[in-house]
Design a protein around this ligand. Structure first.
Ligand code: HEC
Length: 201
């Protein structure tokens, strides 16, 4: 290979190394020092990154950040509505609020599905989708059962876990499950009750 094959005639060519294979020769053109420093620095950085964002005890993991954001969002959303009322009509009205139903569904799936199944069809806990109820006549009874529990704690109390507003929208969500079709419905328990009576606003 001649010197005329360097990419830019005006730049001095890198020196050639002394080995040659099948006529192919190599310029002595090592990766620059700054590149090695950058590489080393990113490897070192990755250790801290992994420690902080994936194994953090400081509450910096993505999950923790997400649940903090979610909590802040609850406060923001509920802050603007104030205290929700717990009477039948106020509970039924929350069903029309898609944002609240999204929040309530997430709370239901996260906290209630172990006993009532994700779709409310019932496991250890009763089927919440059918027309039969053991402790419920009106939507406000749902709020009461979620708040105080039932059957000597077989259905736990959620007073300490959820704020009043959260229990109101959970009650609304449970009320909305009535009449839906779960994948594996548990046999009906309790008595059939009258349909929810929603008065128009
Ligand atoms: C540890 C299991 C368990 C968990 C978790 C649980 N439940 Fe229950 N739930 C039950 C049982 C058991 C009953 C039936 C109580 C009875 O026999 O009177 C019940 C009853 C109810 C009832 C009354 C139904 C009726 O027919 O009277 C409602 C409403 C209810 N649960 C809602 C919820 C909600 C909302 C959550 C989540 C915040 C939840 N449950 C979490 C076990 C559970």
């Amino acid at each position: 290979m001649s010197e005329s094959m360097t990419p830019n005639e005006s730049l001095p060519a890198d020196p050639l190394t002394d080995h040659e294979y099948d006529g192919i020769r190599e310029f002595d053109n090592p990766t620059p020092g700054w590149w090695y420093w950058l590489f080393g620095a990113s490897v070192a950085f990755s250790v801290f990154y992994l420690a902080f964002w994936h194994f953090s005890v400081a509450g910096w993991t993505i999950e923790e950040a997400w649940s903090d954001d979610q909590r802040a969002e609850f406060v923001r959303v509920f802050g603007s509505v104030g205290q929700l009322k717990t009477d039948d009509q106020s509970i039924l009205q929350q069903i029309d609020n898609p944002q609240f139903m999204t929040i309530a569904k997430a709370a239901f799936v996260g906290n209630c599905s172990a006993c009532h199944a994700k779709d409310g069809g019932g496991l250890v806990g009763v089927n919440l989708c059918d027309e039969n109820y053991k402790n419920i006549k009106n939507p406000s009874d749902i709020f009461r059962v979620i708040t105080d529990g039932a059957n000597a704690g077989a259905m736990p109390s959620w007073k300490r876990t959820f704020s009043d507003n959260e229990r109101v929208i959970l009650a609304a969500y449970v009320a909305s499950l009535r009449g839906t079709t779960p994948a594996n419905p548990k046999a009906a328990e309790g008595q059939p009750i009258a349909p929810w009576k929603k008065t128009e606003k």
